[in-house]
Design a protein around this ligand. Structure first.
Ligand SMILES: Cc1ncc(COP(=O)(O)O)c(C=O)c1O
Length: 381
C-alpha cells in the first residue's frame, strides 16, 4: 500500500480535470493571439476560464492575471508594489513561503531604500496584531503588508478580514499568499478588501505550472515578464491554454461542495490527532490545531526523539507513507525549516507534516498511524 499524505506539496489531478484537458490537448492547438478561427477558439477557452474563476471569487474577470503558478504571482505582486505603486516599506513575517520571503529580501537588494520589517508571531505562528498595528502606525513610507493566509508547513490561519481592516486604516496595500487556501475556502472579494491574492492550481487537484494573481482593479500592474500583449500586456508569452482550462475546472470542482470537503478532511485530521496522541507517547502538534484557526488540510506533528529520529521521513517512505518534513518546495533535502525556527519550535525533535485532500480516506490514515506506531515501538530509547 502507498499512502499519499503530502497534499500541501501538491495534489493529484482530479479525473474530471484530466478529462477536460485531454480533448483540448488533442484538438485545440491554436495560438490565442491569432485572429483566425483556431486562434479565436483558443482565446475563448481562456476567457471562459477567467470568467469561471472570477465568478467563484466574486471579482471582475479583468482582475485575474494568469501566471505559471503561486511563485510567479507572488513575485509579480512585489514587482508591482515596489516598481509601480511606490512601496518603500514591506511588512511581512519570518514564516512566509520563500516565494514571498526571498522576494521581499530581493526587493531590498534591488532597491536599497526599501525597508523590510518582520511582524512578531506567537508560538503557534499567529501574527501579533498589536505589533502589526505599531509597525503600520510608525511607517512613514508607502507600505505593503504581505502575510500568508495559511502557513504551508504548520497550517496556522491569518484572520484576513482583521488584517485587511488594519491595512485600510493605515492606507497600506495588502497582499496575502492564498496558495494553500484557494480551492479550500471560499473568497468573496467584494466583501474582503484586499489588493493581491495568489493561486496555484496544483494545490487543489489542478495541473502544475498554472495559477493566477488577483489584482484589485484599483492597482495597475507592472509586468515582470516582458513580451507580447498577452494578459492585457501584464504578462507576455503565449498562454498555457491547457493549464488555464484545467485550473478553471479544478476551481469549479473545488467549490461544488467546499463545506463537504472541509468536513471530510477535518474529520480525518482530528482522527489522526486523536490516534497519534493515544498511541505514541510524547507526540504533540505544531501550529494551531483549533479548526477555525488552522488549515484543515495540514497537520504538523512533533515526535519524540528516538535513535532513528533523523531517518523518520525515510523510514515512513520505505513503509509506503509519503509525507514531508517542512516545506518540500525548496529541495529534496531535509534541512532546518525557517518556519519552525520562526516560531521557536524545538528543531531537535523529529517533525513531519502530514497533509490531506478530499480524496484521502480513513483507511489511509489508519495505515499511516500503524506504520508510525510500529516505528516508535521499535525505536524508543
Ligand atoms: C504558501 C505557498 N506559496 C507559494 C507556493 C509556490 O507555488 P508554486 O509551486 O505554484 O510556484 C507554495 C507551494 O508550495 C506555497 O505553499
Amino acid at each position: 500500500m502507498r499512502v499519499y499524505l503530502d497534499n500541501a506539496a501538491t495534489t493529484p489531478i482530479a479525473p474530471e480535470v484530466a478529462a477536460c484537458m485531454i480533448p483540448l490537448l488533442q484538438n485545440e492547438f491554436g495560438n490565442p493571439s491569432s485572429s483566425h478561427y483556431l486562434g479565436r477558439q483558443a482565446k475563448a477557452i481562456i476567457e471562459n476560464a477567467r470568467r469561471t474563476i472570477s465568478s467563484k471569487l466574486n471579482c471582475l474577470p479583468s482582475e485575474i492575471i494568469f501566471t505559471s503558478g503561486g511563485t510567479e504571482a507572488d513575485n509579480m505582486t512585489f514587482h508591482t508594489a515596489v516598481r509601480k505603486l511606490g512601496v518603500r516599506h514591506i511588512i511581512t513575517s519570518p514564516i512566509e513561503h520563500h516565494a514571498v520571503g526571498h522576494t521581499a529580501e530581493f526587493m531590498k537588494e534591488l532597491y536599497p531604500d526599501v525597508l523590510v520589517s518582520y511582524v512578531r508571531l506567537d508560538d503557534k505562528g499567529h501574527v501579533n496584531l498589536n505589533h502589526l498595528e505599531q509597525l503600520l502606525a510608525a511607517s512613514t513610507e508607502k507600505t505593503l503588508v504581505s502575510l500568508m493566509h495559511a502557513n504551508n508547513e504548520i497550517g496556522t490561519l491569518l484572520p484576513l478580514k482583521k488584517v485587511s481592516e488594519l491595512t485600510r486604516q493605515y492606507n497600506a496595500l495588502f497582499h496575502s499568499d492564498t496558495v494553500q487556501t484557494m480551492g479550500h475556502y471560499t473568497f468573496d472579494l467584494q466583501d474582503l478588501d484586499i489588493d493581491f491574492i495568489t493561486c496555484a492550481a496544483h494545490k487543489f487537484h489542478g495541473p502544475k505550472g498554472i495559477g493566477f494573481l488577483y489584482a484589485n482593479r484599483k492597482n495597475t500592474i507592472e509586468p515582470m515578464i516582458h513580451g507580447g500583449a498577452q494578459e492585457r500586456g501584464f504578462r507576455g508569452g503565449t498562454e498555457n491554454l491547457y493549464g488555464i482550462a484545467g485550473l478553471a475546472k479544478a476551481m469549479e470542482l473545488a467549490y461544488e461542495d467546499v463545506e463537504g470537503h472541509q468536513q471530510h478532511v477535518q474529520e480525518l485530521k482530528s482522527f489522526m490527532m486523536r490516534e497519534l496522541e493515544e498511541k505514541i507517547d510524547g507526540v504533540y502538534f505544531i501550529g494551531d490545531t483549533i479548526p477555525e484557526r488552522s488549515l484543515y488540510t495540514v497537520l504538523n506533528v512533533s515526535f519524540p526523539k528516538t535513535s532513528k529520529a533523523g531517518m523518520l521521513l525515510f523510514t515512513l517512505d520505505l513503509k509506503g507513507v509519503c509525507a514531508s518534513g517542512g516545506s518540500a518546495c525548496s529541495s529534496g533535502a531535509v534541512k532546518g525549516s525557517h518556519v519552525l525556527e520562526g516560531i521557536n519550535a524545538d528543531g531537535s525533535r523529529p517533525n513531519v507534516r502530514f497533509s490531506f485532500s478530499r480524496y484521502t480516506t480513513k483507511e489511509e490514515i489508519e495505515f499511516a498511524v500503524e506504520q508510525l506506531v510500529a516505528i516508535f515501538e521499535k525505536t524508543l530509547i
